[in-house]
Design a protein. Sequence first.
Length: 436
Amino acid sequence: MSIARVHRFASAKALFLLAVLVTAPAAASDFPTSDYLTGSWNGLRDRWSEAGFVFKLNYTAEPMFNVDGGEVLGGTYAHNIGLDFVMDLERLVGLPSTSLLVKLSKRDGDSVSADFVAPSEGGNTFTVQELYGGQVFKVANVQFNTKLVDDRLDLAYGRLVANDDFLRSDLYCQFVNNAFCGSPKPVCLQDPFTFTAYPTATWGGRLRYDTPSRAWTLQAAIYDGDPELKGGDPLSTSHNEHGLSWGLGNNGVTLAAEVHYHVNRDADTALPGVYKLGGFYLTGDYRDLSSVDDDTVSGNGMLWLLADQMLYRAAPGSPRGLSAFGALVFSLTDEANQMSSYFNAGLVYEGLFAARPRDRTGLAVSTGWYSDAWNDGLKAAGSPEKDYEAAIELNHGFVLGRGILIQPDIQYIIRPAGTGDIDNAFLVGARVSVDF
């Protein structure tokens, strides 16, 4: 073969390889631009993920305005910056089947509930913006997970958030009102605050086990009952404002357990659902709501029943369809719980419009009834008694690509703060979320 022919052959081969590289589909990424504003960083994030390290950054804002009723017309803006690190310790350091999750939060802004809906009562109970609470920089989860028995046994330990595992549904955070997201509100109203929700964490350990058929899930946990290091003193300020004080507290422990029954789990054609029965018992000391003398009561218990059920699927294997949820929560210790009973129900439709299959539309209602013990204390203090508060919410989330969600939202608060002395409030606003 002549030198000229060799050169022509080599050139043709190079052009062929270049054409293949240009026309071949790009390798699938775990960080597509459809879901992340900054994408995969030219493949760097995928390479990190393959090595065992995942980094995620989210910005979420909830501007809400009280446009009718309540006590004052006006609005506020609350936001959260969430930074998550997930490390596969088996890939990074050889620790089998174990990962480490670290979550950081920075919150700012004001509460429309406290400033406009019911300022005379310190705000209504079902706060309108779930992002309001702990408006500081805070370290949340520093959590190890070890999975065993074909991943059917999951052990979590470290700085945990109780609501990450208990009394939760993937449907709840379609909604902006804190009556739904992240969990039914009454379980978080004890004083001092103990049953932790993001971004507050506490020392703990949680075991979750799926039976071989995966029809049943059993989980139980024990948490330090003093996440804010108040030592059981309701009058004390938090001694762990930023989540950086990692000493053990001095107010007993939180014991929690749930049993889940799964219907058509992971099915492509049948309609999946999950039904949960659970409860907690707090062994510490809490403000006695029936007293006006700063007395405390030892122990606090609650029970709950949750249900999620898909009602309609647009096509086999499709996530598009209609799902429903409901919850009942009951207090076992009214002296320590502001609400003796609570109910919620809602519908979430993913892909209501065929042209927008990732959008989600939500409608939900909640009602909570205040305990007789708290009303005894309010009456003794000369304050208005409380009957119930209810919230109705309707929204539609537009998934715009590049990790951007814009979700217009309207809410109607019935009997704000439960006294009947404050006009029902109508609010409009939105959730805006960007995954970087």
